[in-house]
Each structure stands twice: as C-alpha cells, then as structure tokens.
Ligand binder design. Structure first.
Ligand code: PEP
Ligand code: MG
Length: 607
C-alpha cells in the first residue's frame, strides 16, 4: 500500500520572545510588496508525501497507468478552477502562471517518463510520479538559473497534486483566516487560494522580487517579505507579528510601543493608498510645470494590469531574460517570443514598450552552464549576445515583428564600448534586411538605446549619445561598478550606496550628454524607487523614471510636491559633497518639510 509521511501544519502555539530577547528587533528580508500587516502568524508547512515503492503485477500495469492518467485529469480540473479564480481576481494575464502548470502536467518529457517508469519497473503510479518528478526537480534546483530554481516549486505543486489524487485526497491550501502566512516558500497557487481566505500578508524563507509569490502578492496588494533566511525557525503559529512590506522587515511579538508605532504607520499607508487612486489620472509634473515620464519596469506579462492600475505611461524596462527563463529554458523560439512581445506591445500601446535584449550572465543564467570566477565582470549582457547570434537574432526578429503592433524600443544591457553598439547595429541591419526580404513588416526606425550601467559609458556619454537613440541609466549596476561593490553581497552592503556622489556625477555626465544630443534619458535602477532621491534625480536632468509599478504613485507624489528649481539646488549640493550621508539627511529633511506623506518609505522611519 501507498503510505504517506506528512509534515503537516505546525500549530503549536508558544511565544518566541524567549528565543528572541529583543522582541522589537526586526528580522530583515526583501520587501517585495508594500504595505503593513499586523496579526497572528500562521506557520504554513507544505504537506508533502513520501510514497512507498510497491510492485504491481504485470496485469495490473495498465490499471496503474490508467490511475495516473485519471489523477492527471483531476489535477487539470483543479488547475482550471484556480485559473478561473485568478482570472476573476486578477485578470487574464495573471492566470498564465497556472496555464504553464497545466502544460507541465502533460509535459512531453515528464508525462511519458512516468508512464515508462510504471511499465519498465512494474511499480505503483505514486512512486513513479515521485521518482520522475523528483529527479526533474533536483535538476531544476541545482541549476544556476534562478528562475528555473523557483519553477521547481511549481513542479512540486503538481507532484503533490497528482499524488493526492492518486490517494483520492483533497488538495487544500487551507490556512486560518486573517493571519500572516510564514512559509519556507509559497507557490502562486498557494497565494491565490490563501487570498480567498483573507490572509493579511506573507513572509518566506526563500524567494526573490521576481518569484511568483512576490508577483502575485504585489498584484493582490498583499504585503510580502521574502528571502528571510530561516524565519520559519523563529516564528510559531499564533505569534503576533508585524510585517512591513515597505522596508522588508518582520517584528515578532512586538512590545506595546512598537506595535502602536506600526499601527500608525499602517493607517498612514492605507490613507496614502486611497489617495493614490485619485493620483493615477493626474500628470506627473512638478509644481513649476516640468513634466516627468513615469514608466514601469516589468518582468512578466502578469504585471501588465498592475502597470495600468498604477498609471504608468509605457514600459521603460522589460527584462526579457525573466520572461524567457520562466519557460525553464534559456532559448525560446522566435515564434514564442514574437507572440509574447506582441501581446505586451498590444497591451501597452499607445505607450512605448522598451525590450531589453537578454541580459544573461552576472547573477543570472549563463548559457551552456558556463561558470566564471568573477561573473559580474565577465561574460554578461551584450558581450554574450554579440557572440551568440543564435540567441540574439531570433530575439531581434521577434522584437522587430512585435514593433509593427505598436511603439517598441530596443535596449542594450551591459554596454561598455562603442564597438559593441556598432556591432549590434550591424546585426540589427542584417536582421532587418532578412525580414524585409521575407515581406515581414516592422518599425524601420525602431529606437535603439544603451543601458548606462558601466562607468565607461557615462564617462564617454557624449560619444555614445551620437550612436544611440536613448539612454537608460541602470543604477543597480552603475553603483556596483563605480564603487567596486558586489550588489548582492551582504558583507559589503554598507558600501553599496546608489547616492554616492561619484554615482551622481556619472548620472549628471549622462544627462548632460543626452541633452546636448537631444536624446531622451531615463533611469530604471532601484534608485528610482528611493523617494529621497527623486528630486535630486530630476534636478540632475533625468526626465523619465522607470520602476516597479507599485512604487509609481509614491514617486508621482514626490514629483508633484517639488519644484524643479528645488531639485536643481539639491542636485548641485549633492554633487559638491564628498560623503553621501550628509546628502541623505538633507533629502530626508526636504521630504519631511514638503509633507509628501511618503517619508515612511525611507529606511529608519518606522514610526
Ligand atoms: C540596473 O543595473 O540598474 C538595471 C536596471 O538592470 P538589472 O537590475 O536588471 O541589472
Ligand atoms: Mg543592470
């Protein structure tokens, strides 16, 4: 018989204060969906099954494969239901995550492999599912590809679903109502189903800003903090927790004063969100009449709705590598890419969509499992794409084909030298010629821009401005390469300062050159979401900001509370400084005085 070992929900209630002497001390993670949740924790542990191997008689094998098929059909029914709920709650685009899971159920390698496993080993279906899917998951988990690692969670979801049905069990993503979910990891299906139970927010040990839990939480407006490294070992069901999705923090069993401060912050944030709704239709314009373009950074098509709700005027950065790696493959066909890009452009028009060509390498996937000692200084972005035409050309053809649907731009990542831009443009022209000869229509004048994320480009911005149609300043990398500090290394995180005067000087060099050449310049790094920086960035000459959609209303609020002259004065002051800390203080003072109502977005402003 099939047996199961279940690591079910732990609902032992005890206070963690003893283990955590200073209960008001926050635990840090990455805030991926803003908002404050206060309430009892619910430690959610995925029910996992350990199916025992059982041999079946040769005459039973067909019965076993039929049981497997039946369980798959039931899992399909579950997923269709989840897709319906998702469509109803979040719209069509969000349902694609589950549509992908639906496809995984009948994946052309996994499904037949399970059947073969049953047949060749004369073994029970549950064990075959566990072995085959387990093997595929292990491969995904061991991958260098963050996306693939995260998708292994989806496969586990499917595996559990099928095994449950083989056992004729029910799938329940059941949790207590009005709790804050604490889990090692959550799937998109978990988040959707939990949201129906009215959960207040969630915190996970693993995950990053682009994992499904984060995207779903943002789309549902649920505060969420991920990458909390072992928070599930600290918190118990019933502990009172404060989850701060703005700062990416969680406080366990806070004292009265801390709780009161967070309640105030929660009320202020709720008021702000209400007010933001009115703000969406208003222009992003300074008090003295300078318009600013606010665009969205997107990674997945699920975020398209969110971008509209938050009033973005186009997509300033579409990180295509995420979209492609979502499929669990580094290479996606031209046809698949074209369909995806067309869908995005169609949805974003009349505004423009800026597709950045694959930015592989660095902390993202490298093709062919290539490994490097110093990946951020290695084979990355444009350096890979110029060598791997089998990646570049299909992507370019797909972007060009999508460009006949609506305004489309191409953005080049990790540009370091002029030669790279020129070589790219040659390949672009060859690709255009190919399409022309096939009679395929595309935008002949599709703009090509360069990411300004390596100091050499900022320093030579005049020359680059003559070669490209626009600049997009990537402060995440520009900071790392200017200050020689790994953007993902906790040990040197205090040196990683996007407001360092050296970084600001490079931004100024870039905006000056863009102005001289008459080309647009946008900033799409995380610095755009740092509200204290917004006036100074505009003062430095940045005319367009691109950020994750949920942050756009707050950015607009700051823009509408400032005069460009103030921004310019702050920028001059910042450039003259040698230490960024002084600048930070005057920026915070400015925000406070101008009562933008957003000052609690800043670090260290818990109250
Ligand atoms: C950047 O470097 O600032 C940027 C926007 O690109 P990414 O974060 O994808 O490297
Ligand atoms: Mg970058």
């Amino acid at each position: 018989m099939v047996s199961e070992r279940s690591s079910d929900v732990d609902d032992t209630k005890h206070s963690s204060t003893a283990e955590n002497p200073d209960a008001s001390q926050p635990h840090k993670g990455i805030g991926v969906s803003p908002g404050i949740a206060i309430g009892p924790a619910y430690l959610y542990a995925r029910v996992s099954f350990d199916v025992e191997e059982r041999s079946v008689d040769p005459e039973e094998i067909q019965l076993e494969t039929a049981r497997f098929e039946k369980a798959v059909q039931k899992a399909e029914r579950d997923l269709h239901k989840i897709i319906d709920v998702t469509r109803e709650k979040l719209g069509e685009d969000s349902a694609t995550i589950f549509e992908a899971q639906l496809l995984m159920l009948r994946d052309e390698t996994v499904y037949p492999e399970v059947v073969r496993y049953i047949e060749n080993h004369g073994i029970n279906a549950g064990y075959a599912v566990q072995s085959v899917m387990g093997k595929h998951r292990q491969l995904m988990e061991a991958s260098d590809n963050e996306y693939l690692r995260e998708r292994s969670n989806d496969l586990l979801d499917i595996q559990d679903r099928i095994i449950r049905h083989l056992r004729r069990g029910h799938i329940l993503s059941a949790v207590e109502k009005e709790t804050i979910i604490i889990a090692e990891n959550l799937t998109a299906a978990d988040v959707i189903l939990f949201s129906r139970r009215g959960i207040l927010g969630c915190a996970t040990d693993y995950g990053g800003p682009t994992s499904h839990v984060s995207i779903m939480a943002r789309a549902l407006g649920l505060p969420a903090v991920v990458s909390m490294h072992g928070i599930t070992n600290i918190i118990r069901t019933g502990d009172i927790v404060v989850l701060d999705g703005i700062k990416g923090e969680l406080v366990v069993n806070p004292d009265e004063d801390t709780l009161a401060a967070y309640r105030q912050k929660q009320e202020r944030y709720a008021r702000l969100v209400q007010e933001d709704k009115q703000l969406v239709g208003l222009p992003a314009e300074t008090l003295d009449g300078h318009p600013v373009q606010l665009q969205a950074n997107l990674e997945l098509q699920e975020e398209l709705e969110l971008m509209k709700e938050n009033g973005a005027k186009g997509v300033g950065l579409f990180r295509t590598e995420m979209l492609l790696l979502m499929q669990g493959r580094a290479i996606v066909t031209e046809e698949e890419q074209t369909l995806l890009y067309q869908k995005v452009v169609e949805s974003v028009k009349p505004y423009e969509t800026t597709f950045r060509i694959l930015d592989l390498g660095g902390d993202k996937l490298l093709p062919m499992g290539h490994r490097e000692h110093n990946p951020f200084l290695g084979w990355r972005g444009i350096r890979i794409m110029l060598e791997k035409k089998e990646l570049l050309v299909p992507q370019l053809r797909a972007i060009l084909r999508a460009s006949s649907t609506g305004p489309t731009r191409i953005l080049l990542p990790m540009i370091t030298t002029i030669r790279e831009v020129r070589r790219f443009k040659e390949i672009l022209e060859e690709t255009k010629a190919g399409l022309r000869s096939e009679g395929v229509s595309f935008d002949e004048d599709i703009p090509v821009g360069a990411m300004v994320e390596v100091p050499s480009v900022a320093l030579q911005a005049d020359a680059f401005a003559r070669e490209v149609d626009f600049f997009s300043i990537g402060t995440n990398d520009l900071t790392q390469y200017t200050l020689a500090v790994d953007r993902g290394n906790d040990l040197v995180a205090d040196i990683y300062d996007e407001l360092h005067p050296a970084v600001l000087q490079l931004i100024r060099k870039t905006t000056d050159a863009a102005k001289m050449a008459g080309i647009p310049v946008s900033l799409c790094g995380e610095l755009a979401t740092n509200l204290r920086a917004v006036p100074v960035l505009l003062g430095l000459g940045v005319t367009s900001l691109s950020a994750s959609p949920v942050y756009l209303p707050a950015i607009k609020r700051v823009i509408r509370a400032m005069k460009m002259t103030e921004g310019e004065a702050l920028a001059d002051k910042a450039l003259a400084l040698v230490d960024a800390q002084d600048f930070r203080d005057s920026m915070d003072k400015w925000l406070e005085e101008h009562a933008c109502g957003v000052s609690f977005f800043l670090e260290g402003a818990a109250g």
